[in-house]
Write a new protein. Structure first.
Length: 148
């Protein structure tokens, strides 16, 4: 059965090594001990390699003038979203330029926060789709988002 080592567990194990050494001796930790203490299982490898994993409500939008202001191709960050190769999302709770993944829906695709939503949506991420039909098909979903 795999053991999940947390940062607190790592400190505790290093503390145990320090106690085992004589008081006047310096504590030496080998690379093998560090690897053993800090190893992660496949189960928690995703969490360990990203700064944060959160469950979020996801919605969709397009650069259709009916869904935006009078400059449908210009994101809140100033980026021309009609002429970029980036996959764009709008989120009020993440800074511009933040990169995210939504693996259960989009695999390894990386999205970049370049836009904002109405102020009442502080807990959602809005994904930019190429057209209104694709955005409507996506609808509203919940998924785990990895903040890179």
């Amino acid at each position: 059965m795999p053991i999940k080592i947390t940062a607190l567990g790592l400190l505790f194990n290093l503390f145990q090594l320090a106690i085992a050494a004589a008081p006047s001796e310096p504590v030496t930790v080998t690379n093998e001990q560090i690897a053993e203490i800090t190893s992660v299982t496949a189960e928690n490898a995703i969490e360990a390699s990203y700064s944060k994993a959160i469950k979020v409500t996801l919605t969709a939008y397009s650069s259709d003038p009916a869904q935006t202001d009078d400059t449908p191709c210009i994101a809140a960050s100033g980026l021309d979203i009609c002429n970029t190769k980036q996959r764009i999302v709008a989120a009020n709770f993440l800074p511009f330029g933040t990169k995210i993944k939504i693996p259960e829906l989009f695999g390894d695709v990386i999205f970049v926060v370049q836009d904002r939503m109405h102020e009442r949506f502080n807990d959602r991420i809005d994904i930019l789709f190429p057209d209104k039909a694709a955005a409507k098909t996506f609808g509203l979903r919940k998924a785990t988002v990895l903040i890179l």
